[in-house]
Design a protein around this ligand. Structure first.
Ligand code: NAD
Length: 414
């Protein structure tokens, strides 16, 4: 079914595309009965938003925000075991308990044509927020094919359905990793990003190209969001913020590359969610926009911040700086401010404090008793489960990474 005959109401002030089916309103009755009269979003018709990867870290937060303001959310997630499926199930249970009838969940692969087409048709999807992907840089070196499948084929399938079903807007996750080995310390959207240094980055860049093509051919509004290292409670166990907290808390060594004066831009999850939700509400034509914090944080300060939050000293293994590592990275967020009204609020100090608080509580509740969640193999930085085959895999990844870094590549963990 195409929704070309349906009238879709979107936010006042939203820039409209010439797609013929969209009408602005500020006075229509919302399509869904609301239980409370003081509901905060009465002005626009409810959107039906497909959130791919909604069981994952960022997806579950975005779904929560959309449901909380009254949108209908349809999640598709294949629940793969890149990290513990238990965590993904917890995310879904949290959403189900909190939101009930406005949430629909499909478990499956975004590449499956029949399944995805049926979802668009049955659920009458008006907006797509495409966050499903194989994330993680180093594992993509070991198995680029699974990345090409989920990230490139999956994105193409969704773009094609969004086109067929005349969706109002298509927002998708890109990554700061597309900037590759850029020597610049402030990364702007105009920078050349044609030299990806990992299969993961290449797939993310490919998504941006495909989004452009679908906009060019079919006037489908697409916005790609280049996330800069997202962290927070329920964060991905393969990434540095979780790993540092986990390892310092459990008195295991952490690796510090170089003298600790390198710095990175870390973005707190709730700030990212604001950027994503604003992007969903604003079809912009065809854009790619950085979502970072714009305030990079030094590695050694990061470690001592975690120490202070946990009240524990880190056991630090100082290793030589990796060849090709960029010393300082920072997102330019001027474009996000201008186009999305994006305004990150959570300082790194506050964000890490909230994350350690969550970690300590979750730890008390026994979440990390499950080895599969704690996931990250200690030395490889791959974020894979501690099973024999994965350990073998991670040693492969480490070797591949070393080879590549010798050639001057830069990795981030996204
Ligand atoms: N977390 C970060 O710092 C960061 C940085 C840059 C970009 N990103 C991007 O943001 C998005 C969300 O990242 P995240 O950190 O929440 O990762 P995540 O791994 O927690 O979530 C991704 C979800 O997608 C699902 N998925 C993967 N392939 C799928 C497929 N073929 N079909 C259906 N579901 C599939 C996974 O099961 C997972 O639940 C990803 O696209 C990622 O590449 C994240």
């Amino acid at each position: 079914m195409s929704n070309s005959d349906d009238t879709i109401f979107i936010d006042p002030n939203t820039e409209l595309q010439s797609r013929g089916t969209i009408k602005e309103t500020s006075s229509e009755t919302p399509a869904v009965n609301r239980e409370k009269s003081d509901d905060p979003i009465p002005k626009c018709m409810i959107k039906t938003i497909l959130v791919t990867g909604g069981a994952g870290f960022i997806g579950s937060y975005v779904a929560d925000a959309l449901l909380t303001r009254g949108d209908k959310v349809v999640i598709i997630d294949e629940m793969n075991d890149y990290y513990s499926v238990k965590l993904k199930r917890m995310n879904l249970n949290f959403l189900r308990e909190k939101h009930k009838e406005m949430l629909v969940v499909y478990e499956g692969d975004i590449c499956e044509k029949g399944l995805v087409t049926n979802i668009f048709e049955k659920e009458k999807i008006t907006h797509v927020c495409h966050l499903a992907a194989r994330a993680g840089v180093r594992p993509s070196i070991v198995d680029p094919f699974v990345y090409v499948h989920s990230n490139i084929e999956g994105t193409t399938r969704l773009l094609d359905c969004a086109r067929e079903f005349n969706c109002v807007n298509f927002v998708y996750a890109s990554s700061s990793s597309v900037y590759g080995s850029s020597p610049k310390s402030v990364l702007t959207e105009e920078d050349a990003v044609d030299k990806p240094v990992s299969p993961y980055a290449a797939t993310k860049k490919s998504c941006e190209l495909l989004a452009y093509t679908f906009h060019h051919l079919y006037a489908l509004p697409t916005t790609g969001l280049r996330f800069f290292t997202v962290y927070g409670p329920r964060g991905r166990p393969d990434m540095a913020p979780f790993k540092f907290i986990d390892r310092i808390s459990t008195e295991q060594p952490i690796q510090q590359y170089g003298d600790g004066t390198t710095s990175r831009d870390y973005t707190y999850i709730t700030d990212i969610v604001c950027g994503v939700v604003n992007a969903i509400d604003r079809p912009l034509g065809c854009e790619v926009i950085n979502l970072g914090n714009g305030r990079p944080y030094e590695l050694k300060k990061f470690i001592s911040l975690v120490e202070r939050c946990l009240g524990k000293k880190a056991i630090i293994e100082v290793l030589p700086q990796q060849p090709g590592d960029v010393e300082h990275t920072c997102a330019s967020i001027d474009k996000a401010r201008a186009l999305l009204g994006y305004d990150p609020k959570v300082t790194f100090e506050e964000g890490i404090l909230r994350t350690t608080d969550w970690y300590l509580q979750a730890s008390k509740d026994g979440l990390f008793g499950d080895v599969a969640y704690a996931a990250a193999d200690t030395n490889s930085n791959t974020g894979l489960k501690r099973t024999l085959s994965d350990l073998e895999l991670s040693s492969l990844v480490t070797k591949s990474s070393k080879r590549l870094t010798k050639r001057g590549s830069r990795f981030s963990e996204e």
